[in-house]
Design a protein around this ligand. Sequence first.
Ligand SMILES: *[C@@H]1O[C@H](CO)[C@@H](O)[C@H](O)[C@H]1NC(C)=O
Ligand SMILES: *[C@@H]1O[C@H](CO)[C@@H](O)[C@H](O)[C@H]1NC(C)=O
Ligand SMILES: *[C@@H]1O[C@H](CO)[C@@H](O)[C@H](O)[C@H]1NC(C)=O
Ligand SMILES: *[C@@H]1O[C@H](CO)[C@@H](O)[C@H](O)[C@H]1NC(C)=O
Length: 559
Amino acid sequence: MKIFSLKGNKCFTIVLLLLVVLLDALHRTDFQPFKFQPKISSTIIYLKATTELPKVRSICNFSPLSPEDALEERLLLESVAWPETSELPSPLSLEQTSDPDHSTFYILPVRGRGEWHVGDQLEVSIVISDFKGQPKKFGGDLLLARLHNLTLGAGVAGQVVDHLNGSYSAVFPLLWEGAAQVEVTLVHPSEAITVLNRLTREQPDRVFFSSLFRSGSHSQTTFCNICLRQTKQPICDFTDPRNGDPWFCYKPNNMSCDARITHSFGGYKQNLKAKEDTLFQGGVNLKVCIAASGLAGVTVLPKKEGQPEVKSSIVNFQASGYYYQGLWRALDGTKVHQFTDASAITQCLKGKVVHLYGDSTIRQWFKFLNEALPDLKEFNLLGSSRRKGPFMALDYENQIMVTFRCHGPPIRFSNVSVGELRYIANELDDLFGGPNTVVVFGIWSHLSTFPLEVYIRRLQRIRSAVVRLLDRAPEMVIIIRTANPKALRLYETITNSDWFSVRRDKVLRAIFKGLNVHLIDAWEMVLAHHLPNNLHPQPPIIKNMMDVLFSYTCPQKGG
Ligand SMILES: *[C@@H]1O[C@H](CO)[C@@H](O)[C@H](O)[C@H]1NC(C)=O
Ligand SMILES: *[C@@H]1O[C@H](CO)[C@@H](O)[C@H](O)[C@H]1NC(C)=O
Ligand SMILES: *[C@@H]1O[C@H](CO)[C@@H](O)[C@H](O)[C@H]1NC(C)=O
Ligand SMILES: *[C@@H]1O[C@H](CO)[C@@H](O)[C@H](O)[C@H]1NC(C)=O
């Protein structure tokens, strides 16, 4: 089922669209889990208007959405559309690709005055050039920027704007007095994004999964995925009957689909074309800093009395928070308090149940609580593995209960028993609680290799469950952890690049906007910090995240 990215000539695109729907109807065999769905809104093919029909049909199965969800999905896809990146030269050479070493940035002077004050915005212009030193003429590179001062323990994320002509702007709010240093990082050249985009289009199954089936003395392992290629092998449809989350496995010979007993990470295929790995070289063109052509920093003076704040010419940007003296300060009105010892945390959580759902970045928080609270005792009667859980911990004296459960497939953990496979949406629907219940979830890292629609739909289902939960228990505290930038080598890039995360993160924020939920902005909290980007942020960052979590859970009146 297919969608076009609406680029170029719209009429041409619509003709193509009709053509594809027709071809699709003609070619479709009546295949059990993939029922024919004539609705255009639920169709996926990424196709440039300038290219031929793709040779590979999308292997992902998308069921129809309600008209509202389908419209939302289309708008979300448009809102995170990446600038069209160029075709790669063949044979591939780096010469004309973006080179951080030849690229520079400079700080723009403040209009009307020569000094910066707290409350102003700092604007930086970035010029990307290729390995021959020629400025690039188109955009699409992924850049991250932050403003920081190590001595002051200060840092804030910048907003990067792509001018689509090889130049970019980064904008930062000035929030502290003293020195502030700009850091600009090229995460990926646009050419690398061409490759990542193709991988998602052609190999959404490059990370694959397996299940063990067992019946009597028979057992067999088969491959499983959301996007499962059609072969002669029959397919078991494990789509969740309650919320519709899709999941498929090849059927084992001689055994019923009901014989599935585990879900595991199966492996990963790296199908890069010749020399494409040169676009993902640490120290060369993968997460490499860009140098300033002049000064890389400014000195920020105290806020001027009565001086109107300088508004950026590009975006009216406000970060969600910043570090000062190593402590996260929120800019959305939340007062972040320090919960410095076990007794402060225990006071906050006394009489409360905290449910954590998600991936290993949420599991880190369970671990934090267990280490921070000596009276919180973990139960592990089932011998759950350190990675997947489920976990439960209890402080009987203070009536505190904390649980962790990993989200449903796809989950890249080994050997999760099918009895433990739970979708967040279903868990929330089964939840009973009130003002003393805290629900925390985070889901991003294991969904990066699939088309964005997979993630959008997963979140739409979770949001519906959140809405129902808030109807049942309006005072329940619901906290969502966002994605974060990570350390990237080639493997991490192909399976979970920041480029996949950055757009999913935008989708997540949009989907939960306007609901009575709190966000913990892991993206900015990792980006703004001086410690290196990491899938699993280091303890000082986790400590700050937990302070935000406790501040949402136990807001202190009168600040
Ligand atoms: C790129 O576009 C920006 C914004 O329109 C403009 O300010 C800048 O001068 C352009 N740069 C080049 C090299 O054309
Ligand atoms: C941080 O700011 C202080 C005070 O303005 C300054 O003395 C120091 O050099 C700055 N450190 C860095 C690493 O920029
Ligand atoms: C299927 O089952 C039959 C009868 O139980 C058995 O003879 C045969 O070996 C099985 N085939 C496979 C592939 O397990
Ligand atoms: C996974 O668990 C099943 C059932 O407990 C067991 O039979 C199987 O050997 C395990 N597989 C791996 C790879 O550990």
